[in-house]
Ligand binder design. Sequence first.
Ligand SMILES: Nc1ncnc2c1ncn2[C@@H]1O[C@H](COP(=O)(O)OP(=O)(O)OP(=O)(O)O)[C@@H](O)[C@H]1O
Ligand SMILES: [Mg+2]
Length: 250
Amino acid sequence: MDQEPPIIAVSSGKGGVGKTNIAVNLAYALCGNGTRVLLVDGDLGLANVDVLLGLSVERTIRDVLEEAAEPLDSVVYPAENLAILPASSGVPEMAALEPEQQTKLGEFILELSRHFDCVILDTAAGIGSSVVWFNTFARQNLVVLTPDPASLTDAYALIKVLNRHHERKDFRVVLNLAAGDEEAARVFETLARAAQQFLGLELNYLGFIPRDPAVPAAVRKQAPFLLESPEGKASRAVRALAQRLLTGRP
Ligand SMILES: Nc1ncnc2c1ncn2[C@@H]1O[C@H](COP(=O)(O)OP(=O)(O)OP(=O)(O)O)[C@@H](O)[C@H]1O
Ligand SMILES: [Mg+2]
């Protein structure tokens, strides 16, 4: 059997915490180092990755599931070493895939993954069936939250569902929109204590990304902030996260 690359799901309980920005910019940080990255837009009902990058998309995951599209023909390449498998937008039935479609999508992504060194799955928010499926399909679970208390309780709820109902145990946590490392560490500790006390889980802290005006500015330009503002604080933080992801250091 071919060696399988790491498959990492980027998820959150609460929406709008920065998953897509983190997934996209992590992908750019990794591919900039020569890692061949496949980024899958797993927000199947409301695609975002193509919008964030201003890509024009011909085929989406919907075509993959409804037609027998060739894996490598279904991706777009916005940069060297970076392939994106786009999702369709405004298609409600895509947000909750049937089990057969999940199996088909899983086989498709696995087949594609042979051409890459790393696969990143950007999911929708919440604990809906597609989100849970992407998280159980992935080999690594990266959970994003912010200092907003609702995002903390929702991140805990996501981790709880994945642990209690799907036996997931290894979670890496990224704090986004933190004022600084002290606030980020404090929020992580609150989540980690709850996971330890009520689920018996040791969460891994991957790091934090500070609030940075370069992020919304890049979003408006439909470009990754890593390229628009390479020395900005969010870019430096994302490069550090990418490094830790690659080295496997928790
Ligand atoms: N570190 C940051 N600094 C400043 N703004 C940020 C940061 N991270 C994200 N944002 C802003 O937050 C908004 C939401 O980001 P994003 O779309 O990546 O979130 P999401 O979790 O993928 O949302 P959804 O749940 O809808 O998929 C974006 O408009 C972005 O500009
Ligand atoms: Mg998103």
